[in-house]
Design a protein. Structure first.
Length: 516
């Protein structure tokens, strides 16, 4: 529009006013959400028992727990798409184990250690290259397969000193979607709640089934299979035999001379990949990843049954699984290593959980005991706790009466607390009247908790009489933090009446019950 230069200024302003309102410079800027994605709402831990008798030798099985994969990607300046499966700031976590016992050749720690150190970075690089238009389940599954190929290629081409191999059990959690990738004889199993209240197993592959599934490929490539069903072996041209047909590393098996003189990979690195859409913690309460020695000792339902004895207590659950597997191998293999990882899925933040009662307020008669946090928003954030403290020789503060008490290992200390958990829950199951709220749960467990506290606990609070035995009083967030991040993480998720997982501090190991 041309403006007459002789037009009065006030007229020109009136004419331009209608255009000024719609010009981009006058439109409000869109709000930019700078809040980072939350980490997955899970409890996760791992336990590994046994292993090489030579203390100088590295572990044969390594586990990796990346609780917030988004944060790691930000630090590496690698951005994945924000669309599709990654939409709405989907939380991301990575949980994995790499098993040097699940290999084709001689067992060793090198391939497992290399994969544990580098897998998450290779995966993030793959995810960052996904097109925004195809950021779906299939794309993520392909990224997982490609990451295994990247790792295998890196070992074989750039790290020629790594001669051994490893299997793997990897779980990638993106929002409500769980992806698993399994290699070798490692296994993964979901606990799935039935309408009857029973927790059944939902196997996600792995174990000894890969070799059987690969028989057509191996035979067409000229591979030789020996043994009978249930005890099949893949035979190398040199005469060596393998229990697995897929692994990372194992360079001796990756390029073999065939009958026609051509070289082909007898062992592959392609994992079994599956995806499951989780429908809340009421449907799938937990996931277990286990190494080959555990998978050989305990079947899928056995794993779920053992872990189910310790609800939302991954440290205790993994310890019990690993211990039972180790006992099953007693005398068969002196250096077998048993490793388990459990991921417990918690209710949606701010949502209700049918398995839990609403959290009651602290007792009206004792308001003066509650301490107030200076956190933004104010309000009572203190919790009232009682605990059993068991010390062990690796803890910072050993028992004061160490001359009268034998010094125990951490493994032995955890076994004592798992026994305490089972005994308290057994008493609770046997009460004549099912507790209807948290107060009744606390009252029903007080007698047995006190007996175990006086028997096991090495804290001054164990000397308190009656129902106060083990009572820590009202504990603020700041005071909980003084015990260490591991302690606070375990205790902060408790609701009144609930027993904690095994929590660690510089004093030792704690079994905590929130009583208000």
């Amino acid at each position: 529009m041309a403006i007459n230069v002789e037009m009065p200024l006030h007229k020109a302003r009136e004419l331009m006013a209608q255009y000024r309102q719609t010009m981009p410079i006058n439109l409000p800027l869109p709000e930019i959400d700078m809040e980072p994605p939350e980490p997955p709402n899970v409890l996760v831990d791992a336990v590994s028992l046994g292993g090489p008798l030579d203390a100088k030798m590295k572990p044969l099985v390594r586990h990796v727990l990346v609780k917030d994969l988004n944060k790691v990607g930000t630090r590496m300046k690698l951005e994945h798409p924000k669309t599709g499966i990654f939409g709405n700031k989907a939380p991301m976590g990575l949980y994995a184990l790499f098993d040097g016992q699940s290999c084709a050749g001689e067992v060793g720690p090198q391939a497992a250690e290399f994969c544990a150190r580098n897998f998450h970075t290779k995966l993030l690089e793959r995810l960052s290259k996904l097109p925004a238009s195809t950021a779906d389940e299939a794309a993520v599954e392909n990224a997982l397969r490609g990451t295994f190929e990247d790792m295998d290629r890196e070992i074989l081409q750039n790290f020629t000193d790594i001669m051994d191999g490893c299997g793997a059990a990897v779980a990638l959690l993106i929002g409500d979607h769980l992806f698993t990738a399994l290699l070798g004889r490692c296994s993964a199993v979901l606990g799935e709640m039935e309408q009857t209240g029973r927790c059944s197993s939902h196997p996600l592959g792995g174990g000894s089934g890969q070799l059987t599934a690969d028989l057509p490929r191996l035979r067409s490539a000229g591979g030789k299979i020996v043994g009978e069903s249930g005890a099949l072996r893949l035979q190398h041209t040199s005469g060596a035999r393998s229990l697995v047909s897929r692994s990372l590393g194992d360079r001796f098996w990756k390029a073999v001379d065939g009958p026609d003189g051509a070289r082909f990979p007898l062992i592959m690195c392609t994992p079994d990949v599956q995806s499951v859409e989780l429908k809340g913690s009421d449907g799938f309460p937990f996931l277990l990843l286990v190494g080959s020695s555990v998978a050989a000792a305990l079947g899928p339902q056995e794993l779920v049954d053992v872990a189910g004895e310790f609800q939302t207590q991954p440290r205790a659950a993994c310890g019990e699984v690993a211990q039972r597997a180790l006992e099953a191998h007693a005398g068969a293999a002196a250096n077998v290593q048993c490793t388990a990882v459990q991921v417990c899925f918690l209710p949606a933040r701010g949502g209700d959980d049918k398995r839990r009662k609403p959290e009651p307020s602290p007792p009206v008669k004792k308001p003066r005991l509650a301490k107030f946090s200076a956190a933004p928003g104010g309000g009572t954030q203190s919790v009232r706790l009682r605990h059993i403290l068991v010390k062990y020789k690796d803890a910072t503060q050993p028992p004061k009466d160490s001359q009268s008490r034998p010094m125990r290992t951490r493994q032995e200390a955890e076994a004592l607390l798992r026994r305490a958990i089972n005994e308290i829950r057994k008493d609770l199951r046997n009460v004549k009247k099912t507790p209807k709220d948290a107060t009744e749960v606390v009252n029903a467990t007080t007698k047995r908790f006190g007996e175990l506290c006086r028997e096991l606990s090495e804290c001054e609070t164990a000397k308190k009489g009656g129902v106060a035995c083990g009572d820590m009083g009202w504990v603020t967030p700041e005071e909980r933090n003084m015990f260490g991040a591991g302690f606070k993480e375990v205790v902060d998720v408790l609701i009144p009446g609930q027993l904690s997982d095994i929590a660690v501090s510089d004093q030792g190991l704690h079994l905590v019950q929130r009583i208000a």
